[in-house]
Design a protein. Structure first.
Length: 190
């Protein structure tokens, strides 16, 4: 009987330890671009409040296989080079071998956080498409927000989602290539 009670206590303790370093998953209502704010308050009367903003540019990418763009005003095709299409700040489209989208993680908490970002291919990824992050995003530390200063750049980190490769003549109609997951931790995972 004592062994069963001990085993049950060990299982309960393992679950309790896992919850302390748990991650929050948020799914926005408009997954193309936007902002997610995560606020978590601790239950141990420590006074720690976690508030993290995650913002991203559009994560919808377009590949032009060079067949041309229809120009309705002149009823002609403009021949394009094959490549990924990105919108520039002037609203013009730019075709290149790779395009990026910026992701920003901001810590408005009164305690430091760590995060890990990871891109994983879907079960049926798009052939020829390459997706990577601009730099390693493992166990990245963001210090606590400065009291009274919401513009402090030290509590913000950014990285790029970089898309490249050549899907060839594949018909791309909104297929999902994979998922970007950002996991937030209250302690270092190193």
């Amino acid at each position: 009987m004592k062994k069963i009670v001990c085993i049950l206590l060990v299982v309960v303790m393992m679950f309790a330890l896992a919850i302390g370093a748990g991650a929050v998953t948020a799914t926005p209502s408009a997954p193309a671009n936007g902002e997610v704010t995560i606020t978590v308050e601790t239950q141990d009367n420590s006074g720690i409040v976690y508030s993290i903003n995650i913002e991203w540019d559009s994560l919808n990418f377009k590949y032009d296989n060079g067949t041309g763009t229809w120009l309705p005003a002149s009823h002609t095709y403009q021949q394009n080079d094959a490549g990924w299409v990105a919108n520039t700040s002037g609203g013009q489209e730019l075709v290149d071998s790779k395009v990026n989208s910026t992701v920003t993680v901001t810590n408005h908490s009164n305690a430091p956080i760590w995060y890990t970002a990871e891109y994983t291919k879907d079960g049926t990824p798009v052939a020829g498409v390459e997706v990577s992050l601009s730099s390693a995003q493992v166990n990245v530390n963001i210090p606590a927000g400065v009291v009274g200063d919401t513009s402090d750049p030290s509590n913000t980190k950014t990285f790029e989602v970089v898309v490249g490769g050549d899907p060839g003549e594949a018909a791309l109609n909104g297929e999902v290539d994979g998922n970007l997951t950002i996991t937030i931790f209250s302690t270092s995972q190193a």
